[in-house]
Design a protein around this ligand. Structure first.
Ligand code: PMP
Length: 354
C-alpha cells in the first residue's frame, strides 16, 4: 500500500477472481464460463464493430436495449445494460443502500456483495444459511432493508421458487429487492415477470454464462422505470460509455439467435445431470444445483486435497477456504467430453484413496 492510498479504502479486502493460470492448458472448470463458443452472429457482429472503434459507443445502448426489452417482454425504460452484472450490482449497492437502507444477504453467497458494501461504506448483515445451505425466507421478509439474493445461489446452486421471491418482494415494499439471476437459465425460474407488478424489484442477469460472453462483459438490469432511472444516474456519474462497441454488437448478435442459447442451456443441464449421476455413484454429496456448476464433497477426501489432486491431473475447479465450504469444491459444468474426463479423474483419485 502506498502512503497515498485513501483512508476510505485502507481496510478494503478486494474480491478474488477465480485463477486464470498460464503454466499449462487445463480443463477449466473454475469460473463458471460456458464451454461453447459465442453465437456466430455475435462473433461476426463484434468483428464488424471493430471497424468503428474510432467512435464512442452509443451511451444509451438503443438497439441493445430494444432487443433486451423484447426478450424480457418489458418496456425499454425497464432495462439497462452494464459492463458485466458486477457493474450493475455495484450500481445497485450505490443507488439503493445507505445507513437507513442497509444491505442484507446470506453469509454464503456471491463473494462480491461484501466488497460492494465495503467499498461504498454501506452497513450490511450476512444471514446464515440453514444447515442444508437453503435460505431461510423469514430472514428477508418484513425487513425493509435492501436485499441481495443470488437465485440460484452461489456456490450451492440452490434456487428459491418464484413464490418465495414474491413473498420477499411483497413484504419489503419500502426497500429494493435485488435478485441476481446470473445462473437462472440453467433450470430456475426468473423473477423478471414480477418487475411489472412490483416497483421495488430489480432483477440482474448476465451474458457471461448461458450466452457465452464472459470475455465481453455484459450484464443487464430489469426493473421498474424509476429504479432504472436511478441506476442511470449512477452510470452517467461514473462511466456513460460502459458498454464498448464490440460488446454491444456481440450482445445484439447473441439476441438474434435465441435458439442457440436455449440449445446450449439444454446441453449444460444434460451434462450436469450426467456428471451428478456419476459422482453420486462415487459417493459424492452434492447440493441440488440448478446452476452451471456442481457443489460437491466426499467423505474420503478433503476439499483442498481434491482440488489439488484434480489440478495435478490438469483439471481446475474452485475451492473456497471459508468455514462450511472448505470440504467442498465448486465444479463448473462444461461440455460432455469435459465431464467425462472429470468423472474419470475423480474415479482415479478415489481409487488411490482406498
Ligand atoms: N452474480 C453471481 C452470483 C456470479 O457468480 C457472478 C459471476 N462471477 C456474477 C454475478 C458476475 O458476473 P458478470 O460480471 O460476469 O456478469
Amino acid at each position: 500500500m502506498s502512503r497515498f492510498f485513501s483512508e476510505k479504502y485502507k481496510n478494503l479486502t478486494p474480491y478474488t477472481p477465480g485463477e486464470q493460470p498460464r503454466d499449462m492448458k487445463y480443463i477449466k472448470l473454475n469460473t463458471n464460463e460456458s464451454p461453447y463458443l459465442p453465437s456466430e452472429d455475435a462473433i461476426e457482429m463484434a468483428a464488424q464493430a471493430a471497424r468503428s472503434l474510432q467512435l464512442y459507443p452509443d451511451p444509451e445502448c438503443h438497439e441493445l436495449h430494444e432487443k433486451l426489452a423484447s426478450l424480457y417482454k418489458v418496456d425499454k425504460s425497464m432495462v439497462l445494460a452494464g459492463n458485466g452484472s458486477d457493474e450493475i450490482l455495484n450500481f445497485a449497492f450505490m443507488a439503493f443502500c445507505d445507513k437507513e437502507h442497509p444491505a442484507r444477504f446470506p453469509d454464503i453467497t456471491y463473494g462480491f456483495y461484501t466488497v460492494f458494501a465495503e467499498i461504498n461504506g454501506i452497513p450490511y448483515s450476512e444471514l446464515p444459511l440453514n444447515e442444508d445451505f437453503t435460505i431461510n425466507i423469514s430472514d428477508y421478509t418484513n425487513k425493509n432493508e435492501t436485499v441481495f439474493i443470488a437465485n440460484p445461489n452461489a456456490p450451492t446452486g440452490i434456487a428459491l421458487s418464484l413464490e418465495e421471491i414474491e413473498l420477499i418482494v411483497k413484504s419489503n415494499p419500502d426497500a429494493v429487492v435485488v435478485i441476481d439471476e446470473a445462473y437462472v437459465d440453467f433450470g430456475a425460474e426468473s423473477a423478471v415477470p414480477l418487475t411489472k407488478k412490483y416497483d421495488n424489484l430489480l432483477v440482474v442477469q448476465t451474458f457471461s454464462k448461458s450466452r457465452s460472453m464472459a470475455g465481453a462483459r455484459l450484464g443487464v438490469a430489469v426493473g421498474n422505470a424509476a429504479l432504472i432511472a436511478d441506476l442511470n444516474t449512477i452510470k452517467y456519474s461514473t462511466n456513460p460509455y460502459n458498454i464498448n462497441r464490440m460488446t454491444m454488437a456481440a450482445g445484439i448478435g447473441t439476441l438474434c439467435d435465441e435458439e442457440y442459447t436455449q440449445k446450449n442451456c439444454a446441453s449444460i443441464i444434460e451434462n450436469r445431470e450426467y456428471a451428478t449421476e456419476r459422482m453420486k455413484k462415487m459417493g459424492f454429496e452434492m447440493t441440488p444445483s440448478l446452476a452451471n456448476f456442481i457443489f460437491a464433497k466426499h467423505k474420503k477426501i478433503g476439499g483442498e486435497a481434491l482440488y489439488q489432486a484434480l489440478r495435478e491431473r490438469g483439471i481446475l475447479v474452485r475451492h473456497f477456504s471459508k468455514k462450511r465450504l472448505e470440504d467442498y469444491n465448486r465444479i463448473t459444468v462444461g461440455s460432455r467430453e469435459q465431464m467425462e474426463i472429470l468423472c474419470d479423474r475423480l474415479e482415479e483419485i478415489l481409487e488411490e484413496k482406498k
